[in-house]
Design a protein around this ligand. Structure first.
Ligand code: ATP
Ligand code: MG
Length: 558
């Protein structure tokens, strides 16, 4: 994965190098990617995945996949499976190191007991509202809970009875005993266990108390021998708490947390909560709607895993938040597909053309190159006959000066085939709409050049009517019309009403007939397309991944 090499130039690599030099963690590099299985992974997670797995790879280390499944009411197996599929698709392998925080519930419980015995945790009977109220604010210190000074014996007894299911949900919590006056709110006696009778997707009804994420996370890292616990910036304020747990529990060689900025992209939302809302309210067709920034959506849209890795590496990883232009993501997929996608001719908005001097039953086949960027890709034979279709946009009855395509009396080249000249325009007598062009061809121009060296300014793509494959083509634009989807505060109002345009009756050259779901092509002059899973044996459906116009490349040149 040479595209990940730029990760060597990050501040995280500098820390790893310094650690190795100082002999920390015995020179090991062991990271983990810790998703909560409460939604699908999005492009933001791709940064975390590439950084966690990528830095482990670049440093000869290991990376675990760990599900942080401490909140059973929001989590489920559907998400676990989808996350695994997405990480694998992105090109990463966790070997046999697939772990779950829920596997550590007994260990975590024992850690809690240890804290109680040290006088560092207590059972609190305040309600969730009261706890919030006692917590204070950024400007006011918190107040101590009246239950804070219970004896170790009483705490042990109550905590064991919490586990045994003697108390109703929400009636008691276990809290760390730290400092209600700390300027860091996370240190004001945070809750570490709550009572919640919710079936867990892995442990079933075994537990009615669940550890809080902030307690489970650093200790899960510790059990797994994680050396560098990489996470996004919002956990910076939690680090003192994590370090407190690790210190009080006397963990040897504790993991070192390093925070980096979350990936934000223009026109894109990277919050599972908002993405779920889009799905649940039906603004998109599902988590894998090709307009969604989920990895499942990007995959369906036709993005390649390599293009996403390239994007993440080029966008870089830093300590400060910065929004990346979506044009860079689009540039990366274009660059990859330009090198790899076979070219085909596809007429999205067909106009019938009859070549009046071409024999009725003749079919000729012309070789057309599969990929000019890749000579090894060879060519395919494309059939040509008397009736063809061209793009409606490639004809103008009354063209402006700088229009080099077809017009009455004008001659153009049909790619790889012949020169044709427009002799007559046939219109619907009622509507005036152009329904057909009648053209002649020059038999001397076979293959697209003439012996007399006569030049034409335009080359059009075309499809033989008798051989065409009909398809539906879905064109996409940004899901949000504003660069900042939160602009003005109402994300739904910022949805782009033109984010999906469906074209039916598109006509494609017959080489695509055997295409399978996920196959990618460049449609000449239209962009890159990918076969959608909605395709049937009768009708192919294509998603446009991205158009050919590269605004990023232009920005770089300017
Ligand atoms: P969301 O805010 O979308 O719900 P999350 O952080 O709650 O995301 P997790 O499943 O907890 O989602 O994330 C797993 C890992 O991915 C965490 O380590 C988190 O730091 C990281 N991550 C999540 N979103 C981003 C992002 N936009 N950029 C970089 N890393 C991210
Ligand atoms: Mg999270």
């Amino acid at each position: 994965m040479t595209e990940l090499e730029p990760l060597r130039n990050t501040f995280i690599q500098e820390i790893i190098d310094a650690d190795r030099e100082a002999g920390r963690h015995g020179g090991r590099v062991h990271t983990r990617f810790p998703p909560e299985p409460n939604g699908y992974l999005h492009i933001g997670h791709a940064r975390a995945i590439c950084v966690d797995f990528g830095l482990a790879m670049l440093n000869g280390g290991l990376c675990n996949l760990r599900f942080d499944d401490t909140n059973p009411s929001k989590e489920g197996t559907e998400y676990v499976e989808a996350i695994k599929e997405d990480v694998r698709w992105l090109g990463f392998d966790w070997g046999d190191r697939e772990y779950y925080a829920s596997d550590y519930f007994e260990y975590l419980y024992q850690c809690a007991i240890k804290l109680i015995k040290k006088g560092k945790a207590y059972v609190c009977d305040l309600s969730p509202e009261e706890i919030r109220e006692y917590r204070g604010t950024l400007t006011e210190p918190g107040r101590e809970s009246p239950y804070r000074n219970r004896s170790v014996e009483e705490n042990l007894d109550l905590f064991q009875r919490m586990r045994a299911g003697e108390f109703p949900d929400g009636s008691r919590t276990l809290r760390a005993k730290i400092d209600m006056a700390s300027p860091n709110l996370n240190m004001r006696d945070p809750v570490i266990y709550r009572i919640q009778r919710v079936r867990h997707h892995r442990t079933g009804d075994e537990w009615c108390i669940y550890p809080m994420y902030d307690f489970a996370h650093p200790l899960s890292d510790a059990i797994e021998g994680i050396t560098h616990s990489l996470c996004s910036l919002e956990f910076e304020d939690h680090r003192p708490l994590y370090e407190w747990f690790l210190r009080e529990l006397e963990i040897e060689d504790p993991p070192q947390q390093i925070e980096f900025a979350r990936l934000e992209i223009t026109h894109v939302v990277t919050s599972k909560r908002v993405l779920r809302r889009l799905v649940e309210e039906g603004h998109v067709s599902g988590w894998d709607d090709p307009r969604m920034p989920t990895l499942a959506g990007l995959r369906r849209r036709g993005y390649t895993p390599k293009s996403i890795r390239t994007f993440v590496a080029r966008a870089g990883v830093s300590k400060t938040n910065a929004t990346i232009d979506i044009a860079l993501l689009e540039h990366c997929v274009r660059e990859d597909l330009n090198a790899t996608a076979p070219r085909v001719m596809a007429v999205l908005n067909p106009l019938r053309v009859v070549i009046t001097n071409y024999p009725e039953d003749l079919v000729e086949e012309f070789p057309v190159e599969n990929n000019p960027e890749d000579p090894a890709a060879g060519h395919r034979m494309v059939p040509f006959s008397r009736v063809i279709y061209i793009e409606r946009d490639d004809f103008m009855e009354d063209p402006p000066k700088n229009y080099f395509r077809l017009a009455p009396g004008r001659e153009v080249r049909l790619k790889g085939a012949y020169y044709i000249k427009c002799e007559e325009v046939v219109k619907d007598p009622e509507t005036g709409e152009i329904v057909e062009l009648r053209c002649t061809y020059d038999p001397e121009s076979r293959g697209g050049t003439t012996p007399d060296g006569r030049k034409v300014r335009g080359t059009l793509h075309w499809v033989s009517a008798a051989h065409a494959v009909e398809a539906e083509v879905r064109l996409y634009d940004h899901l949000f019309k504003t660069a900042d989807p939160l602009e003005g505060g109402d994300i739904i109002a910022n949805l782009n009403p033109d984010s999906l345009r469906v074209l039916t009756g598109c006509l494609l050259e017959p080489s695509v007939r055997q295409a399978k779901v996920g196959d990618r092509f460049q449609f000449l002059r239209h962009g890159y397309f990918c076969v959608d899973r909605d395709s049937t044996p009768e009708r192919l459906v294509f998603n446009r991944t991205v158009s050919l116009k590269d605004t990023w490349a232009k920005l770089q040149k300017a």
